[in-house]
Design a protein around this ligand. Structure first.
Ligand code: MTE
Ligand code: MO
Length: 261
């Protein structure tokens, strides 16, 4: 037995498949059907991803490749015109849950008076925006469901300005791949341009008819009913349009980047 083969047999095949299945289970339903459980053999996965599985580092490479494949499939099947379900006021979850990588009393305190939203990257109008200027933009409202991968979902009502229109207004290159967000806490996130331009993607300033309270992301969050909770950044301070993959706070710890729901 050569050393390479010796290393192959030390890899726990069942554990790899469990992890791979977890990656594929993050896909939404049509994509999951597309993959099917038939592909969930080590041979099938390594063929699909072009990875060999010889040691722990290669296993991580394989799982990363499964996740990136998952991104591409989700992007491919994402319908930019299909709307997420909306709900009635009576269906709003009260109180709406708070979630962050810290507890509620540690939510960042942002001073609205001195706040300036920065725009960067592939944007011709790289000026800063004050809150009153942003509040004067055309308005939209939605009652939609927020789904967190920690196992809860809740219906909430957000108000703000359609993000695609805002991107066009500021002269963003809408053929770029990514829109990245930096937040007042240590959070950061990035999304695909198709989702940025989706009609229900909202730069939200309000929650349930009031200014967003600190816990829900004052002074603004990106609200996307087509994406999982962790993709929706709160406390946005900078928006960058780019072709360089920016990652995200949870994504860089192994969550799937596309994060469609
Ligand atoms: N800036 C920032 N945005 C964030 C997070 C965070 O910790 N910081 N957590 C994310 C996660 S995992 C979820 S589920 C939602 C929670 O939003 P909520 O507090 O309005 O329910 O915010 C997302 N956006
Ligand atoms: Mo979440």
């Amino acid at each position: 037995m050569n050393t390479k083969h010796a290393r192959i047999v030390t890899v726990d095949r069942a554990a790899i498949l469990t992890d791979a299945r977890r990656e594929i289970d993050k896909l939404d339903m049509p994509a999951r059907r597309l993959f099917g459980k038939r592909l969930l053999t080590l041979g099938g996965l390594s063929m699909l991803t072009g990875c060999s599985i010889t040691d722990d580092a290669s296993v991580n490479t394989l799982l990363g490749a499964v996740s990136r494949l998952n991104d591409r499939v989700q992007a491919f099947i994402f319908n930019p015109h299909q709307l997420a379900p909306t709900y009635s006021e009576a269906q709003i979850t009260r109180p709406f849950p708070f979630n962050a990588f810290y507890s509620e009393d540690q939510a960042p305190v942002v001073d609205g008076g001195s706040y300036r939203l920065k725009l960067g990257g592939l944007v011709s109008g790289q000026r800063v925006w004050t809150l009153p200027e942003l509040y004067a933009l055309p308005r939209a409202d939605q009652i939609t469901r927020h789904i967190c991968v920690e196992g809860w979902s809740a219906i909430g009502r957000w108000g703000g300005t359609p993000f695609g229109d805002f991107l066009r207004r500021v002269g963003a290159d809408t053929s770029a791949h990514y829109v990245a967000f930096r937040c007042a806490d240590d959070y950061y996130e990035s999304i695909d341009m198709a989702t940025a331009l989706h009609p229900q993607t909202l730069l939200a300033f309000d929650y349930d008819g009031q200014r967003l309270p600190a816990k829900y992301g004052y002074p603004m969050k990106l609200r996307m009913p087509t994406k999982l909770g962790y993709k929706n950044p709160k406390h946005i301070v900078e928006i960058v349009v780019t072709n360089t993959y920016p990652g995200g706070y949870w994504v860089d710890q192994g969550y799937n980047w596309f994060g469609g729901s």
